[in-house]
Write a protein that binds this ligand. Structure first.
Ligand code: NAD
Ligand code: DAU
Length: 353
């Protein structure tokens, strides 16, 4: 097990990052946690109000594409480890603006690797660079099979191509410079604080406001959904217990066709909002498919289960109901993130569909 004192977590103001920061700050009071985030449209310090005053937590507003600023930070802080989550994360945005994804996901990752390498000076004992990646690097499955850690990379969207590229750089720094690097590739997450550009929170918000729920194509694409806190727990376990150069797949063994998921969500929302059964499902609207839309993702997480004893903790129906409760109880959060720029994004993304 690795022993560290000070960890840089990037992207900690985003959806998954905020759950990772919260877990590390609360469970490891002996660690100093520095959360670095640019606070893009997806970054929100309101995700962290419950831990912002803890003595072992600090926030730094910085952009990982700024190599000089990242170098300076490493020179002035004694980071023992990096848990890297900062990224442009939405596939649809990558289709309209691929360059932003190259800048943050590729160049930003390389900047962090360079700064860590320069600061650690080739001595990686009790040092670690943990890169958080996605199952989308493996491309798309047909009706059968699952992604394992040895599945060949075959990314299709600019988002997944940029994540695949960053994974390759991380691996290259391990193989070339001996840096202690670890990568995990996770399936679709869901839970609280998820930005409502992604399917589940977007649908919750639209159902709540009686707006059409856009389902791409025929709704037959399949995703493997994992409770975000189970992902944060997997990152914790892998960070502490893996070997340098290891890769782990993380997934929920929980495949859902989009349309089945949306129907389940509609029935939960009917109940929570006191609507008649079937009322919310009337909002489902089939729209033009996403370009290059991957048909199916499914993760085989046997390695993680067998080697590190991790299993998902929550059934999907229960997790989805908890997620809906969180959004209904946190109207201010939802109102804040859906005002301003969100409106123009939504208009641009969905008006022509
Ligand atoms: P998110 O979009 O909610 O959060 C990303 C965070 O990164 C935001 O806080 C944003 O401000 C920050 N950021 C973006 N560009 C930055 C920059 N240039 N410098 C510093 N900070 C910057 O994303 P998420 O869904 O929480 O995903 C986090 C990570 O997990 C990503 O690397 C993503 O590829 C990966 N991942 C996500 C999922 C998922 O289902 N959401 C699944 C597997 C892997
Ligand atoms: O698999 C892991 C990936 O999961 C992460 O790496 C990404 O960061 C994360 O965004 C997510 O990617 P997806 O593209 O699978 O997630 P999204 O929520 O955008 O879409 C889920 C499915 O729902 C997908 O098949 C597209 C579809 N969809 C999405 C939106 C936004 C719709 O049908 N309608 C929509 O409005």
């Amino acid at each position: 097990m690795i022993t560290v004192k000070k960890i840089l977590i990037t992207g900690g103001a985003g959806f998954i990052g905020s759950h990772v920061v919260r877990r590390f700050v609360n469970n490891y009071p002996q660690y100093e946690i520095v959360n670095l985030d640019k606070l893009t449209y997806a970054g929100n310090l309101a995700n962290l109000t419950d831990i912002e005053n803890k003595p072992n937590y600090r926030f730094v507003k910085e952009d990982i594409t700024d190599a000089q600023a990242i170098d300076e930070l490493f020179k002035t802080e004694n980071f023992d480890a990096v848990i890297h989550l900062a990224a442009e994360s939405h596939v649809d945005r990558s289709i309209s603006d691929p360059t932003a994804f190259v800048m943050t996901n590729v160049i930003g990752t390389v900047n962090l690797l360079n700064a860590a390498r320069a600061y650690w000076k080739g001595s990686y004992d009790q040092k670690r660079f943990y890169h958080v990646s996605t199952d989308e690097v493996y491309g798309a499955l047909g009706d059968e099979g699952m992604f394992t850690e040895t599945t060949a990379y075959d990314p299709h969207s600019p988002y997944s191509a940029s994540k695949a590229s960053s994974d390759h750089f991380v691996r290259a720094y391990h193989d070339t410079y001996g840096m202690d690097c670890v990568i995990s590739n996770c399936s679709n997450n869901y839970g609280s604080h998820h930005f409502p550009e992604k399917l589940i929170p977007l649908a919750i918000n639209n159902i709540k406001n009686n707006k059409p729920v856009p389902v791409y194509g025929k709704g037959e694409n399949v995703r493997d959904w994992l409770w975000v806190e189970d992902h944060a727990r997997a990152i914790d376990v892998i960070f502490h217990n893996s070997k340098a150069g290891d890769t782990y797949n993380i997934g929920g063994h929980n495949e859902w066709k989009n349309i089945d998921l949306i129907n389940l969500l509609c029935s939960i929302m009917d109940e929570k909002l006191g609507r008649e059964k079937g009322e919310s499902a009337k909002l489902i609207t089939y729209v033009t498919d996403r370009a290059g839309h991957d048909l199916r993702y499914a993760i085989d997480s046997t390695k993680l289960q067998e080697q590190l004893d991790w299993v998902p903790s929550l059934q999907f129906e229960e997790g989805l109901a908890k997620t809906v409760d969180w959004y209904l109880q946190n109207e201010d959060w939802l109102t804040n993130v859906t005002s301003g720029n969100y409106q123009s994004y939504y208009e641009q993304q969905y008006s022509h569909k």
